[in-house]
Design a protein around this ligand. Structure first.
Ligand code: API
Length: 258
């Protein structure tokens, strides 16, 4: 049976997108998801996203990492899914959808998607890093040689090491550029390599930098390998709310596998 696949990318974090409102995709076939994401034998992507119907909201998001396993929230994927839903005519310029971490509001204008992320009430500050969950788990630490260090070696060591171990975490390396602008490179769990951008990752970095006092701003710019993202938030009595991830989401390709 012919299946139509789309590809989108958000600041270089790329995804195979499937309109699964008819529920025809086999969600348990991990090998098939990994094949579709394979950059040599398949279509190639950091992850795969299903758009599904929802009883009360505009749609539902199901996210898989490139390793074929369903995973936690993908911020760039969520932004791309909003653009995909608009292309399909499921929405016009605003929407609300359900993802694995709950409800998300979003808007799209001129290819820029604003995605509301979950509130963050807990930020763990350690001597040399910060850990928090922005819909996916994120380890955040400074890296002075951010252009030239070996992210795959350093990132996988942290991702698989204690206390994260097999379940793991995403690992974000940060360099401060100004009082509200940071460079970020991310080693992503489930891709097991650097991605050109990580949406929940830059959201974690923005909040972590504010939490440890490296920025006093509540609008932070993050420069990633694949472009630029913005994160805005409110901070009150130790909690972060009204958190928004803002950036471009672009259609790349539509095709069929027979
Ligand atoms: N690899 C992540 C999920 C995707 C996160 C990233 N692509 C984003 O944009 O947030 C994890 O398994 O925790």
């Amino acid at each position: 049976m012919k299946q139509t696949f789309y590809k989108y990318q958000g600041t270089g974090n790329d995804f195979v997108m499937i309109d699964n409102r008819q529920q025809i995709f086999d969600k348990n076939d991990t090998k098939h998801v990994a094949f579709l994401c394979d950059r040599r034998f398949g279509i190639g992507a950091d992850g795969l996203i299903l758009l599904e119907n929802h009883d009360t909201l505009d749609f539902k998001m199901v996210y898989y990492n490139a390793d074929g396993n369903e995973s936690t929230m993908c911020g760039n994927g969520g932004r791309c899914l909003v653009a995909f839903a608009k292309q399909l005519g499921v929405i016009t310029d605003t929407c609300s959808f359900e993802a694995i971490d709950g409800l998300h509001n979003a808007s799209i204008e001129n290819g820029i998607v604003k995605l509301q992320m979950q509130d963050v009430d807990t930020v763990e500050k350690y001597d040399n890093h910060v850990f928090l969950n922005t819909g996916s788990p994120h380890h955040v630490q400074f890296e002075s040689d951010i252009e030239a260090f070996d992210i795959k070696i350093k990132g996988s060591k942290i991702r698989y090491g204690a206390p994260y171990n097999q379940v793991g975490t995403n690992v974000n390396f940060v360099k401060q550029l100004t009082d509200s602008h940071f460079k970020v490179r991310t080693y992503e769990r489930g891709v097991e390599d650097e991605t050109l951008s990580c949406g929940t990752g830059v959201t974690a970095v923005a909040i972590a930098m504010h939490y440890i006092g490296k920025t006093k701003k509540n609008h932070v710019k993050l420069s990633v390998q694949g472009g630029e993202l913005h994160v805005t938030f409110d901070f009150e009595s130790g909690s972060y709310s009204n958190v928004w991830l803002i950036g471009p989401a672009s259609f790349v390709f539509k095709g069929e596998l027979v």
